[in-house]
Design a protein around this ligand. Structure first.
Ligand SMILES: Cc1ncc(COP(=O)(O)O)c(C=O)c1O
Length: 388
């Protein structure tokens, strides 16, 4: 049996979530915008999911806009505030924004594409954005700050509250991409005073292709897609009811099972880190930081991450490497670069992200296979070269 240790990439669809979705895919007909009973049934399912997702975020149901996922939610908040929202926009656009250097590409790329001026907030060696770094880049015309709740590669959890206060004092909007944090740590949209938050269902055992942007009513968000009046005209288009209902169920299970999932995955992380420390020349990234209870990113010096990933794959173990291939050349991850990790170590990065279905036996298998691969490569200069 193959071992899946890449739950930050996506999680398996939960059976109970699938059970909620299937009737909407099989039998139940009706457009949620229709006034008749068939329509009302669909609408009720959407509104129930809205409540469930709001609860997970610590928000109110009327603050939830359903989207196609984390990428669209990040694009919606950035584009919807920018001057690019279209000629019909009624609200004053934001011209200048600040984003952390470790954001996901679905924040970094629209930021670059849509705004006259983008300021980058540096992180420290553990991957934290601190208030001082934020204050350094804020200017009188900064309209929005975006800092993710937890990083997808290192798992580092930001202390958002001081950053939010700093923005609110200056009248700056604060967005956080909580795609990876949801279901792994508690989210407090209202209590923390967040203006906008991104979520995605497929990271919490829900279906892919559905997510949400949670937005405070005071945010002057313009629609970026025009048509029907779905999602209060913020996101026109007939809703994918099965996916939204599945997202709702996944969110409900994430809220109710939070402590249990945290305890389970944290135990696996501790076991893995204990084992990794017995391997010579292993670095655990952001080791001193507060990290997601399911994520361990590490490097074995002398072993290129992608090569190690492929060798693990041959042994039926799925992990992720932090690097990205661009123009045929493997590039170190921008997250590790932002933390000033030397390129040779950053290129060796491997990310293990546990989920609710992983077991202690799987961690033991991973550690045994890692030992085998590393010993074999270290004994054989030819294979070692192949892995560099
Ligand atoms: C931090 C973060 N933001 C956004 C996304 C994009 O989410 P989606 O796949 O739902 O578009 C991801 C996906 O990996 C992510 O890790």
């Amino acid at each position: 049996m193959a071992i899946y240790l890449d739950n930050n990439a996506t999680t398996a669809l939960n059976q109970q979530v699938l059970d909620v979705m299937l009737p909407f895919m099989r039998r139940v007909c009706g457009n949620p915008s229709s006034l008749h009973r068939f329509g009302r049934l669909q609408r009720d399912a959407i509104e129930q999911a809205r409540e469930q997702v709001a609860k997970l975020a610590g928000a109110q149901a009327d603050q939830v806009i359903f989207t196609s996922g984390g990428t669209e939610s990040n694009n919606l908040i950035l584009r919807g505030l920018s001057a690019c929202a279209g000629r019909v926009q009624k609200k004053k656009p934001v011209k200048r924004i600040a984003v952390s250097t470790i954001e996901h590409m679905s924040v970094l790329k629209p930021a670059q594409a849509l705004f006259d001026k983008v300021d980058y907030i540096a992180v420290d060696a553990q991957g934290y954005v601190n208030q001082q770094n934020l204050e350094q880049v804020l200017d009188t015309d900064t309209g929005l700050v975006s800092v993710m709740t937890a990083n997808n590669e290192t798992g580092v959890i930001q202390s958002l509250v001081p950053l939010i206060h700093c923005c609110r004092q200056r009248g700056i909007l604060f967005h956080t991409d909580a795609t990876q944090a949801a279901g792994k740590i508690a989210l407090n949209f209202i209590a923390d005073g967040i203006h906008a938050m991104t979520l995605s269902a497929h990271k919490i055992y829900g279906p892919a292709g559905v997510g949400a942007l949670i937005v405070d009513q005071t945010v002057p968000l313009n629609a970026i897609q025009f048509g029907g009046s779905q999602e209060k005209s913020q996101r026109a288009g007939t809703e994918n009811v099965a996916a939204i209902a599945g997202f709702g169920k996944a969110a409900e299970m994430a809220s109710e099972g939070l402590l249990q999932r945290q305890t389970h995955t944290r135990q696996l992380c501790i076991l893995l880190e204990q084992g990794l420390k017995k391997i010579p020349a292993v670095t655990i990234f952001a080791e001193q930081a507060d990290r997601l209870p399911n994520t361990v990113q590490f490097a074995v010096a002398g072993f290129e991450g992608e090569s190690l990933l492929m060798q693990l794959d041959r042994k039926a173990i799925a992990v992720s490497s932090g690097s990205a291939c661009s123009s045929g050349k493997t590039q170190p991850s921008h997250v590790l670069q932002a933390m000033h990790i030397p390129d040779d170590i950053a290129l060796a990065a491997i990310r293990v992200s546990f989920g609710e279905n992983n077991t202690v036996a799987e961690v033991e298998t991973l550690l045994n296979v890692l030992h085998e691969i590393i010993n074999a490569n270290r004994r054989s200069p030819v294979m070692m070269a192949a892995s560099l």
